[in-house]
Structures are given as structure tokens and as C-alpha cells.
Design a protein around this ligand. Structure first.
Ligand SMILES: C[S@@+](CC[C@H](N)C(=O)[O-])C[C@H]1O[C@@H](n2cnc3c(N)ncnc32)[C@H](O)[C@@H]1O
Length: 351
């Protein structure tokens, strides 16, 4: 198989790369290294290290990317992470829960080949034999003095031809100084390259090793063409992963919103039921009031009819009385009524 075909075949598996690890990539402390996860996988599979050491693991984004590649490729690699798991002024200081989560995840998934050394880098360095480390990832404190010290103390531990990775190599703000160390050491070997995305990752091969055989590693250090092609691909994979992360975040947000909408709908349905119930009761009350009003109207009408009838009766009686008063016999008997009245009064007076 030709070199370029082998490289294409190797890279093609990463076209739809997506890492499923323990990390919640919504948390900002998980993000800085995320763009290099696919590269970590490529490097481990291509280099097939016997011993990989990481200085500065924090939540384990980079460390578990290496471990994941080792497990999936069935390699006989020992992975070791060194960290106080206390933090420092660039990453920030954090609590015990971070180490507890990293330890739990390591035990569950990578117990056969991964070790956590909870101590300073200086305390750990003598536990490793000179020339024993195949891949060293330096990601501790990022001041020039700190990273220079870590590089100088750990370089003897790296096998000739071994790989040293430096994170945050393009950050030049505040007291970040990895870029300065990178400037100083890049020219010490023809086999170095630097990814500029995700805060920058410098890849530096310690001089003196055998010629590289794997097409990916050869392309990596074949500058400028080979590396530019690899870097463009790695960046595209990282961008795709970032888009996927955002898409998942948006999906989660959409699900949350849908749940809120469902809750609002349920609430509005419950309120509508209350409103419907009130409306029904109001309608029933209105019906009762209409019935009461109709009954009162009927009673009023009956009373009015009675009043009218009484008025008619009264008019009839008055008319009859008038007729009597105006009749001839009444007029003729008038003296008699006077006389009868006079006698009645006299009798009453004599008593
Ligand atoms: C930038 S973080 C590591 C990020 C990690 N590689 C990732 O993928 O997210 C740096 C870590 O290095 C640790 N650290 C810094 N200097 C150290 C030292 N001299 N000894 C031990 N740990 C150190 C800190 O505790 C912190 O957890």
C-alpha cells in the first residue's frame, strides 16, 4: 500500500469521530483541550507507546482521550497521570470532588493500565526510569518558569525519539509563557509541529530515535505540506466535534424548552378547566337568575292585573253611587233623610 493511501485509510476513521467520555462539555473547565481529543487518539494509535505520562490531568479530558485510544486499540500501554488535583492560578483552584470523579472513572474504565499519582511533578519524576517515557504531555502551570522547569526535569525520562506535547502553546496573554519555551526548543529538532486551535498544542520529538514508519507520524513532521494537510484535517475534526457539541447543547436546550412548553400547556389546560368550570357555574347561576326574573315578572303582571281589576271595580261602584245620588227618588227623599238625621241627633243630645 502506498504511503498516501495508508495515511488516508488511517485518517478516514476520524471523519465522524466523536468521543464519549465522562465529561460534561458544557462546563468551561472541560473545554480548553477538547479540540485535541481526536489528535490524541491518532497519536496514540500511530505511535503505540509503551509508557505515556501526563503532567497535569485536572478533570482528565486529555488523559482519558489517551486512555480511551489505548483501550479501543487494544494496546499494551501504561498511562500515568501526575497532578496534585488541587489546581493552580491558571486553571484555578478546585475541590476534592474533581479527584474523586477522575479516580472513579479511571477505576471503572482503565484500571488495568492507568495510574494516578497524586503528588507534585517534582515528587513523581524519580519514579520513572530515564529514557522510559514514550509520550509526555506537559500541561501544568503555564508560566515560562514552570513549563521550562517541567520540561528540563522530565526530558531525561523521555526515550530518544519520544514525543513531548505542550498545551497552551499559542497563549501569550498575562504570564502565560509556553509560547516562549516553544520558541526556544522548536528549532532543536526537525521533528516538531504546532496545532494552533484550542489554545495550541506543540508536538516535539526528542532527537535520537529511529526513523518514523507510521504514515501519520511521518506526515506530522513532514513540514510544511504533510503537516498542513494533517493540521487542516485535525482542525476540521475538532470543528466538527465542536459543532456537534453545540448541536447537542442546542438539542438539550430545545428539550428543556419543550418540557417547559409542555408544563405551560398542562398548566394552561388546568387553568382552562377551572375557567370552564367557573363559566359553567356562572351560566347555571345566570339561568337561575333568568328564571327568578321571569317568575317575578309574571307575579308583577298578575298583581297589575289584580290592581286593574280593582280599579275597574272601584270605578263601577263610584259610577253606581253617582247614579244613585243623581236619581229622582233620592232627590225626592232628601227632606226625609234630613228629618231622620235631625231626630237621630236630638235623641243623641237628650241622652
Ligand atoms: C491546565 S490543568 C490540566 C488540564 C488537563 N490536561 C485537561 O485536559 O483539561 C493543570 C493541572 O496541573 C496541575 N499542576 C500544576 N502544576 C503542578 C505541579 N507542579 N505538580 C502537580 N500538579 C500540578 C494542577 O493541579 C491542574 O490540575
Amino acid at each position: 500500500m502506498q504511503h498516501s493511501d495508508a495515511l488516508l485509510q488511517f485518517m478516514s476513521r476520524y471523519v465522524d469521530y466523536s468521543y464519549t467520555g465522562p465529561h460534561d462539555f458544557e462546563r468551561p473547565e472541560s473545554l480548553p483541550w477538547v479540540g485535541h481529543m481526536a489528535f490524541a487518539d491518532m497519536l496514540v494509535r500511530a505511535y503505540r507507546p509503551e509508557l505515556l505520562v501526563e503532567l497535569g490531568a485536572y478533570t482528565g479530558v486529555s488523559f482519558f482521550s489517551f486512555c480511551n485510544a489505548v483501550r479501543q486499540a487494544w494496546l499494551h500501554t501504561s498511562c500515568c497521570a501526575v497532578d496534585t488535583w488541587k489546581g493552580e492560578h491558571h486553571a484555578g483552584y478546585y475541590g476534592e470532588e474533581v479527584f474523586a470523579a477522575v479516580e472513579r472513572h479511571t477505576e471503572r474504565n482503565y484500571a488495568e493500565f492507568a495510574r494516578l499519582l497524586r503528588m507534585t511533578f517534582d515528587e513523581a519524576v524519580d519514579r520513572f526510569e530515564d529514557g522510559s517515557v514514550d509520550i509526555l504531555h506537559i500541561d501544568g502551570l503555564h508560566t515560562y518558569e514552570a513549563v521550562r522547569h517541567d520540561f528540563d526535569t522530565w526530558l531525561p525520562k523521555v526515550r530518544p525519539g519520544g514525543i513531548v506535547l505542550f498545551h497552551d502553546v499559542v497563549e501569550q496573554h498575562d504570564d502565560f509563557g509556553v509560547w516562549k519555551l516553544w520558541d526556544e526548543i522548536e528549532s532543536l529538532t526537525p521533528e516538531s509541529c504546532c496545532f494552533r486551535h484550542s489554545h495550541g498544542l506543540g508536538v516535539w520529538r526528542k532527537p535520537g530515535g529511529p526513523e518514523l514508519e507510521h504514515p501519520f507520524l511521518r506526515a506530522l513532521f513532514d513540514r510544511p505540506e504533510g503537516f498542513e494537510a494533517v493540521a487542516a484535517f485535525v482542525r476540521a475534526v475538532a470543528e466538527r466535534q465542536e459543532l456537534q457539541r453545540r448541536a447537542h447543547a442546542l438539542e438539550r436546550l430545545a428539550e428543556e424548552r419543550q418540557e417547559q412548553i409542555n408544563a405551560c400547556q398542562a398548566e394552561s389546560e388546568a387553568r382552562q378547566a377551572v375557567i370552564d368550570d367557573c363559566n359553567a357555574r356562572l351560566e347555571q347561576r345566570a339561568e337561575e337568575l333568568r328564571a327568578a326574573r321571569d317568575e317575578m315578572c309574571e307575579r308583577d303582571a298578575a298583581h297589575q292585573r289584580e290592581i286593574d281589576a280593582l280599579r275597574c271595580e272601584k270605578a263601577r261602584v263610584e259610577e253606581a253611587y253617582d247614579r244613585i245620588l243623581r236619581s229622582r227618588s233620592w232627590l225626592v227623599t232628601r227632606p226625609l233623610r234630613f228629618a231622620a238625621e235631625w231626630i237621630r241627633k236630638r235623641r243623641a243630645g237628650s241622652r
